[in-house]
Design a protein around this ligand. Structure first.
Ligand code: COA
Length: 194
């Protein structure tokens, strides 16, 4: 839709994303801006594999997904120990992209390396499917995706972000804690399958 702030091109997303976080965690803000713009200075900790991935400095582009990306997204999810769900299929992703523009992708040299679903339901903003290619982990990409998701949701009017986190997955809990999130002790997720 013309004039929809959600139509912002990838460059706008990456350049402005850190600004919405100003005043929350000063250090984290500065780092996440650098990360989203692909100019983080910390070198990856792991050694290079045959593809050379491990030696690259952090650099990527974050943009909204299009339907042509669906096969690559499902491929990444299938190979990256993401928790499978009943909506991991082309029709659900087509609806997510076309009706909600709710899927962000990270690419390096044209190759998909990360995803985040960040959706606004008119009341709250929710994040799902934060997945980073195993070859590029611990370079700050997940932080960059979350910062981009927060930026998108803030532009849509969101004032509170939520993430679904499996609390028995230590790496996921550590990540969301590092991103500035904490478990809400007053809330429990109630689920009903139709
Ligand atoms: C969780 C995940 C998205 C993290 O991606 P990432 O790009 O490696 O994360 P980042 O580099 O942005 O990490 C930022 C911080 O989060 C924490 N963190 C990230 N991965 C961690 C891990 N495996 N163990 C402990 N802490 C971790 C660290 O504090 C890290 O900072 P540091 O590297 O300076 O120590 C990635 O491991 C993944 O895709 N896992 C499989 C899918 C999944 O479980 N998703 C989460 C669903 S809730």
């Amino acid at each position: 839709m013309a004039g929809d702030p959600d139509d912002a091109p990838a460059s706008t997303l990456t350049e402005s994303a850190g600004r919405s976080m100003r005043g929350r965690r000063r250090y984290a803000n500065r780092r996440s801006r650098q990360l989203m713009e692909g100019r983080a200075t910390a070198a990856p900790r792991r050694s290079a594999d045959a593809s050379g991935y491990g030696r690259q400095m952090a650099s990527w582009t974050i943009r909204p997904a299009a339907t042509v990306d669906i096969d690559a997204v499902l491929g990444l999810w299938g190979s990256s120990d993401a928790m499978p769900s009943s909506t991991d299929n082309p029709s659900a992703l087509t609806r997510l992209i076309n009706e909600f523009n709710g899927l962000l992708l990270a690419e390096r040299a044209g190759v998909l390396i990360g995803t985040l679903i960040a959706t606004w339901d008119g009341w709250r903003g929710n994040m799902y499917r934060l997945v980073v290619d195993q070859r590029v982990r611990r370079q700050g990409l997940a932080l960059a995706l979350v910062a981009a998701g927060e930026e998108r949701l803030t532009r849509l009017g969101c004032r509170r972000f939520s993430a679904l986190v499996t609390d028995t997955h230590d790496h996921a809990v550590s990540f969301w804690t590092a991103a500035g999130y904490s478990a809400d002790p007053t809330m429990t997720r109630y689920v009903k399958m139709p």
